[in-house]
Design a binder for this molecule. Structure first.
Ligand code: ADP
Ligand code: MG
Length: 199
């Protein structure tokens, strides 16, 4: 079973990973965006770590809902509301139990990803974070490590795609040949989940 501390470790690991990769994420957002994805998420996840320490939420669901709210209020850009929605909706789906199973988490994240799709209107293949999140949620049936691999592969597979959503879509054909920054950060988030699970 996954307890509150597991979810706290997930968010801390995500913040550390975003810190390490912030420059890379911003560099990816430079040719097909406005070069702010790394700094946006760095600001957001630092704020998440801080608020989790301050408020010490007592359930897995409360950790994710608080983290999601904090991302919405600090990240800005397209990715803030989208990642905020992912975590808030997943947290809400977990309800108020003190411990959840890996299956419940997989189901909750599926709900969260559906909410991201509803909010942003992106489908798989549109060269967005969805291209990492959808395969990750599918692979969560197997293991956290499988989800990380699926997310990383999904992010790499965005390179030849033409962007159909977000800022990169303004570039049309010229978005082809660049890896999507949001799919790349989504893979970091899923990687942090595997790290929290010790996989
Ligand atoms: P902005 O584009 O506002 O500067 P960021 O740079 O923080 O925001 O985030 C860009 C990332 O957000 C993109 O790489 C993409 O993965 C994701 N994104 C943008 N629009 C959408 C959307 N409609 N649905 C899903 N993801 C999106
Ligand atoms: Mg940007």
């Amino acid at each position: 079973m996954l307890d509150t501390d597991f979810f706290r470790r997930w968010m801390t690991a995500a913040a550390a990973s975003v810190d390490r990769e912030a420059e890379h994420l911003t560099a990816l957002d430079s040719p097909i965006g406005d070069a702010d994805h790394g700094s946006n998420l760095q600001r957001g996840f630092r704020a998440v770590t801080a608020v989790l320490e301050e408020e010490a939420p007592g359930t897995p669901g409360a950790v994710l809902m608080l983290a999601g709210r904090r991302l919405v209020s600090t990240v800005g850009g397209a990715s803030g509301p989208l990642y905020g929605t992912l975590l808030r909706r997943a947290g809400k789906a977990l309800g108020d139990s003190g411990e959840v199973s890996a299956e419940q988490l997989a189901e909750a994240l599926r709900t969260g990803v559906e909410a991201v799709r509803a909010l942003g209107g992106a489908a798989p293949g549109d060269k967005t974070m969805i291209d990492a999140l959808v395969p990750a949620v599918d692979a969560l049936r197997d293991s956290f490590a499988a989800a990380r691999t699926a997310a990383e592969e999904g992010a790499l597979a965005t390179t030849p795609l033409r962007a159909r959503k977000g800022r990169a879509s303004y570039l049309g054909e010229r978005s082809i040949g660049h890896q999507d920054p949001g799919a790349t950060s989504a893979a970091l988030l899923v990687g942090a989940l595997a790290e929290a699970a010790g996989e």
